[in-house]
Design a binder for this molecule. Structure first.
Ligand code: NAD
Ligand code: ADE
Length: 416
């Protein structure tokens, strides 16, 4: 293992237990896994944000019989307390230290696969990429993998299209019980939490620009509006731009939006969305951050080139001064802001994402219905089962179709 400080284990244990209380779906799976041992003999490598919620998933995989190794999927999203808790109290091989540099990050990825994994649980596809580039010698033992996020799934589709993806990967992100909840409500709440922790500024009455109106963008826009901001959306997809207008939001090009913005958040999964031409027109004092997976959405090199000086003004907040004296404040170095400057999504929502992860890992381990190499959807039965367990846990009942309704929906003979 390679972690910051084993003495942090008791605090990590507390954090993990707190998350467990809000993750009934994963805990129900853990109970069954403990009895049935579906992952017995499996070696798993997980590259994920090292949070209390991830620890709940890792403990569940271990309870099911897997030998798990864990590394970080982002150098700034590691909770050292949790890493210590998992390593010391659960005997999990953890390779993750908050703030690790690029070389350490990739060394840790390498260490996470040294045990020749059968299962690869990825968040952003860095581990899968490593296996297909520098560690092809380990591909033979891999049965399959799972991918947690939109950007990772996009990268995997690109690998599959080029014909280079060598094992099947379940796109957990694309399950309805993942992106409709995690990307929207999780990113929405935790991103606003990060803006508030980093600045302690009032959102009410401000102008808040959201770049991208996908699942994450909708969540961030809804929560910013809920806190009283005037929300402006920027988009490149005409359908999503139209959706934002009909949701009551203002839509305009980013070059115009930056002149009014007090806060700005990118949620696109795309590179250089905010670049020199935007910095040059920004209102002084703007606070900008990124909630997309990689730190490529804000062109910080261009900002540093334009700036006459830069300094850290608070934890996770860097101020760049531009010629003429205007200032631009960047949260968490443009990295995944909700994990770097806050604690990531609440456990309640990670429960859904990680229930899908655990069930997908089980499918691969049991070898039932394992698809060929490529990117695959989580079966609808799993999606529905995860939602049902969650509904039950929160005490909500829904209706069921009558036999006649099922026949009606399946038929075509009945019309006007
Ligand atoms: P999505 O595909 O649903 O939405 C992305 C949107 O951005 C699309 O509507 C697209 O048209 C738009 N877009 C692309 N380029 C743009 C540009 N130059 N300007 C304006 N809009 C542009 O994706 P999503 O599920 O919302 O995920 C977005 C990103 O957030 C991905 O990188 C994903 O991996 C990441 N993500 C982060 C978290 C988190 O915890 N912060 C959680 C889930 C997903
Ligand atoms: N992605 C977003 N929030 C997360 C969390 N709390 N744990 C793991 N991955 C996450």
């Amino acid at each position: 293992m390679d972690i910051f400080d084993t003495a942090l284990a008791p605090r990590g244990q507390q954090d993990i237990e707190w998350a467990e209380r809000a993750m009934p779906a994963v805990m129900a799976i853990r109970e069954r896994f403990t009895r049935e041992q579906p992952l017995k003999g499996m070696r798993a490598a997980a590259c994920m944000h090292v949070t209390a919620e991830t620890a709940v998933l890792v403990r569940t995989l271990a309870a099911g019989g897997a030998e798990v190794r864990l590394c970080a999927s982002n150098p700034l999203s590691v909770q050292d307390t949790v890493a210590a808790g998992l390593a010391v109290l659960d005997g999990i091989e953890v390779f993750a230290i908050a703030g690790e540099d690029r070389d350490t990050y990739f060394r840790h990825l390498g260490q996470a696969i040294e045990h020749r994994p059968h299962l690869v649980l990825d968040d952003g596809a860095d581990l899968t990429t490593l296996l297909h580039t520098q560690r092809t010698d380990l591909l033979e033992s891999v049965i399959g993998g799972t991918e947690e996020t939109t950007t990772g799934v996009t990268r995997l589709h690109s690998m599959a299209q080029e014909g280079v993806l060598k094992f099947p990967v379940f796109a957990v992100n694309d399950a309805r019980t993942k992106h409709m909840f995690d990307n929207r409500y999780g990113t929405g709440q935790s991103t606003l939490d990060a803006f508030m922790r980093a600045t302690n500024r009032l959102i009410a009455g401000s102008t808040f620009v959201v770049c991208g109106y996908g699942w994450c963008g909708r969540g961030v826009a809804e929560r910013a509006a809920g806190l009283g901001a005037r929300v402006i959306v920027t988009e490149v997809d005409p359908v999503r731009g139209l959706e934002a207008v009909l949701d009551g939001l203002t839509v305009m090009p980013l070059t115009d939006a930056v002149e009014r913005a007090d806060f700005l958040c990118t949620t696109t999964g795309n590179e250089h969305v905010v670049r020199a031409e935007h910095f040059e027109r920004m209102k002084s004092g703007i606070v900008i951050a990124n909630a997309g997976h990689f730190d490529v959405e804000i062109d910080l090199e261009a900002l540093a080139r334009l700036a006459t000086s830069q300094r850290d003004v608070r934890d996770h907040l860097t101020e760049f001064t531009l010629p003429g004296g205007r200032v631009v404040l960047v949260v968490a170095q443009g990295r995944l802001v909700n994990l770097a400057a806050a604690e990531g999504h609440p456990a309640d929502v990670m429960d859904l994402s990680f229930a899908n992860q655990a069930l997908a890992a089980e499918m691969l381990a049991l070898g039932r219905d394992v698809p060929p190499p490529g990117v695959h959807a989580i079966p609808e039965e799993i999606d529905s089962a995860v939602a049902r367990v969650k509904l039950e846990a929160i005490g909500t009942r829904i209706d069921t179709l009558t036999d006649s309704q099922e026949r009606y929906l399946a038929g075509w003979r009945t019309g006007t």
